[in-house]
Design a protein around this ligand. Structure first.
Ligand SMILES: [Mn+2]
Length: 195
């Protein structure tokens, strides 16, 4: 089973996350940040990676530490569950439409963290949620998951749709990348022999 549990506790946040790469997209994400829970649920649902996440953060300051640290913990869980990445497809890409929004994601589970970000929001807030935190989350996920992650907005004027399309695009791309390819059997998908 490709699973991992990460517990990460700092003066700012206390997070436990359990994932199963070979899940069915079950989710139970409780961070105290309503919109962010909604986004994490999308990530699980559309990647078919089960995600169980509990976060207690310093929300009296703002949502920043909680959102960023969930990205760190989830990235660490992904890296641990992937192990030596034997047999995986490694790459994934998705152009995901949601009403007015379309977001493109291309990713490589390369072990080389890199974020290419071209996704602007027309508003600073979605409800009480700061839209700039979407980038913070994906930066942390890419860094700690060892992911080369490209996210580009192609269309969109509604910030809720743009954010949700981004999470769903990453989810779909992740689903493809973590999947094992029967033609690769148990080979590590790199000519270097390691990822
Ligand atoms: Mn929504």
């Amino acid at each position: 089973m490709r699973t991992a549990t990460i517990t990460r506790k700092t003066h700012e946040t206390d997070i436990t996350v359990t994932i199963n790469l070979d899940g069915t997209g079950r989710y139970d994400c409780q961070t105290g940040v309503g919109f962010f829970d909604h986004m994490l649920d999308q990530l699980a649902r559309h990647s078919l990676i089960d995600i169980d996440l509990r976060a207690k953060g310093d929300l009296h300051i703002d949502d920043h530490h909680t959102v960023e640290d969930c990205g760190i913990a989830l990235g660490q869980a992904l890296a641990q569950a992937l192990g030596d990445k034997r047999g995986i497809r490694r790459y994934g890409a998705c152009n995901l439409p949601m009403d007015d929004a379309q977001v493109a994601c291309a990713l490589d589970l390369s072990g080389r963290p890199y974020l290419v970000w071209s996704l602007e929001f027309p508003t600073a807030k979605i409800g009480t949620f700061d839209t700039e935190l979407v980038r913070e989350f994906f930066q942390a996920l890419a860094t700690h998951g060892g992911i080369t992650l490209h996210i580009d907005k192609l269309h969109g004027f509604n910030s809720h749709h743009i954010a949700e399309a981004a999470f769903k695009a990453v989810a779909q791309a992740l689903r493809a990348a973590v999947e094992t390819d029967p033609r690769k059997s148990d080979a590590i998908p790199s000519t270097k022999g390691a990822l």
